[in-house]
Design a protein around this ligand. Structure first.
Ligand code: C5P
Ligand code: MG
Length: 174
């Protein structure tokens, strides 16, 4: 028997000149990048929150407050690895991750494989368990106007050997 848990993550960061565009640990060449205390990797932040959410371990700001100078300009994969470690301490392993980055420009599909590889390595799973999708916002709103980027993620965790039904009485024979 194994317990299955689902977690949801969402994040948004502004785009600004003079910043690198880091998504899933991969830097995509572009005239603008994401603004934030860490490397502002919006995709990795959403996935980190989804991992924490599935294990009910709070959120990214609770574990890595942006008031803490140790996280300044930090590689966000550090946050993701730590979240996976915290979930593992509760007995959870990653089943799969699905995610969407919403960014008007540049086209990101050529970076998909590199991003999946980096994320899979940080998550400690095979690449085929990590999905990354890209969407524009059809020129609408702050994302569509090229002022920000958003990311959404869903993570499924599995806890082996436990579950609310684990100790439940089995079917009774009459
Ligand atoms: O947003 P839209 O539906 O027009 O996106 C069409 C396709 O373009 C997506 O499915 C994705 O493959 C690609 N895309 C991309 N990089 C973006 C946005 C979309 O590669 N920043
Ligand atoms: Mg963030």
């Amino acid at each position: 028997m194994s317990e299955i848990r689902t977690g949801l993550g969402w994040d948004v960061h502004r785009l600004a000149a003079g910043r690198p565009l880091v998504l899933g640990g991969v830097t995509a060449p572009f005239e603008f990048g994401l603004e934030g205390h860490s490397d502002a990797d919006v995709l990795t932040h959403a996935i980190t929150d989804a991992v924490l959410g599935a294990a009910a371990l709070g959120d990214i700001g609770m574990h890595f407050p942006d008031s803490d100078p140790q996280w300044k300009a930090c590689d966000s994969l550090v946050f993701l690895r730590r979240a996976v470690e915290l979930a593992a301490e509760q007995g959870y392993r990653i089943v799969n991750v699905d995610s969407t980055v919403v960014l008007e420009r540049p086209k990101l599909k050529d970076f998909r494989d590199a991003i999946r590889e980096r994320l899979a390595e940080a998550l400690g799973v095979e690449k085929d368990r990590v999905s990354v999708k890209f969407k524009t916002a059809e020129k609408m709103g702050p994302v569509g106007e090229g002022r920000s980027a958003e990311a959404q993620a869903v993570v499924t965790l599995q806890k082996l050997g436990t579950g609310p039904w684990h100790n439940a009485p089995g079917p009774t024979s009459s």
